[in-house]
Write a protein that binds this ligand. Structure first.
Ligand code: G3I
Length: 385
């Protein structure tokens, strides 16, 4: 029980003790500039919005933003700003966007998102600094079989990576709550992915990336982010061993992001247990890219059956409840607004309907499920601050 433990420890007032507890939970990396709470109860934030309800339980709810739509599509923009208290750029902080030509930075779209977040009382998850995908052509090429290569030498590549991390983190210094420093470095079998980073720099690039990012913005929370680690198995175990080792070496890593791209055709993962065991290492955890796909009627975002729809609702509920159950789970982010914005139909044939709003930007039943779960959690004392 957090309440009684706090009271026993301190000679301070109940209010102060509870405030201190919740601040420590929200910002253990010392990001004092982010102490304001997520609700930002201005009149433009409805009391029954996800962000207002989540604020009651000290949780941030986020969304991946497509910056081509933000400010262009009024409905999309209203939903992003009313419903969510953090934003993640879906693409515009990735290397191919920020440095398409070597040495020439393009910060404009990401700067606009960061400015919009500030105006709307939202925090920003920076995504992502070191990844094998969406690299500029001057840096890496990917063959048809997925194998990667670079023409840069080992020394050049290391210098380029250090400069990339340093320049990007410095550019946004003080404006990013959580950085996804390294994204998707592991294969499903638990081995390290054979990216240009591993090929040329060896596994030391992992620790280096966190050290360089920390130097550039000591207050940002630095995350390792991956998918399929919601299930206990070789991949989740390998990531666990890696972050444990980084902590032991004193590498500045503060959290692990569980992407949580789920599919109703597979069983629901032991997500809560995984969040919990990573948290027990003294790390924050977050669900960073939640979506729940299912089979759809051809060419639509309509689930094939009522059963598929119900399964989706159950999965959504469980993803949120897992985060709510773990004190160090500090944010819950969905990977897009409407089904029509989602990456799923383009990648998984015959699947879709993965998000909270339908193609016409109407909230789906999944949305109501999250609302209810947050309301229920607010009634329970555990996370209240
Ligand atoms: O910007 C170009 C545009 O100039 C071009 O005309 C067009 C034609 O294909 O492509 C545009 O780029 C696309 C980009 O999104 C921006 O829209 C890429 O083709 C497309 O592949 C890319 O997809 C993104 C994907 O990451 C790339 O791997 C998705 O939007 C994005 O949702 C997805 O997000 C990832 C996370 O970053 C990491 N975890 C998995 C997640 C889903 O794949």
């Amino acid at each position: 029980m957090r309440f009684s433990r706090t009271l026993l420890l301190g000679g301070i007032t109940l209010t102060a003790a509870l405030t201190a507890t919740s601040s420590a939970v929200a910002t253990p990396a010392g990001a004092d500039h982010h102490h304001h709470r997520g609700g930002h109860h201005s009149s433009s934030v409805p009391r029954d919005s996800l962000r207002a309800l989540a604020d009651e339980v000290g949780l941030r709810v986020g969304v991946a933003v497509n910056t081509d739509l933000l400010g262009e599509n009024a409905t999309y923009t209203r939903i992003v700003n009313q419903q969510f208290s953090t934003v993640t750029p879906e693409n515009v902080m990735k290397w191919e966007v920020v440095e398409p030509t070597r040495g020439k930075y393009n910060w404009a779209p990401a700067d606009e998102l960061v400015a919009s977040a500030r105006r709307n009382g939202q925090l920003v998850r920076g995504h992502t600094l070191v990844w094998h995908s969406q690299l500029p052509k001057w840096l890496a090429t990917t063959a048809a079989d997925g194998s990667q290569s670079t023409t840069l030498s080992k020394a050049e590549l290391r210098a380029v990576l250090k400069r990339h991390i340093t320049d990007q983190v410095r550019h946004f210094r003080g404006k990013i709550w959580q950085w996804d420093v390294v994204n998707e470095a592991f294969n499903d079998d638990g081995t390290l992915r054979n990216s240009i980073w591993l090929q040329k720099l060896g596994r030391g690039y992992l620790a280096d990336a966190f050290r360089w990012a920390h130097e550039a913005d000591p207050k940002a929370q630095l995350f390792y982010n991956d998918y399929n680690i919601e299930f206990t198995g070789p991949k989740s175990n390998a990531v666990y061993a890696m972050v444990k080792d980084l902590k032991r070496q004193g590498v500045p890593i503060h959290g692990v992001g569980f992407q949580t791209h789920l599919d109703t055709q597979y069983g629901f993962p032991d997500l809560r247990a995984n969040l919990q065991r990573f948290a027990a290492l003294g790390l924050n955890v977050a669900e960073t890219e939640v979506d729940v796909r299912t089979f759809v009627k051809e060419g639509t975002n309509e689930p094939v059956s009522g059963l598929a729809q119900s399964a989706q609702e159950a999965y959504w509920s469980q993803t949120l409840q897992a985060c709510l159950a773990v004190r160090r789970c500090i944010s819950y982010t969905v990977w897009g607004v409407a089904d029509s914005n989602s990456w799923i139909p383009g990648v998984f044939k015959g699947e879709g309907a993965a998000l909270l709003y339908n193609d016409a930007y109407q909230p789906k039943r999944q949305y109501g499920v999250l609302q209810q779960d947050l309301e229920l959690a607010a009634g329970a004392p555990r996370r209240r601050s």
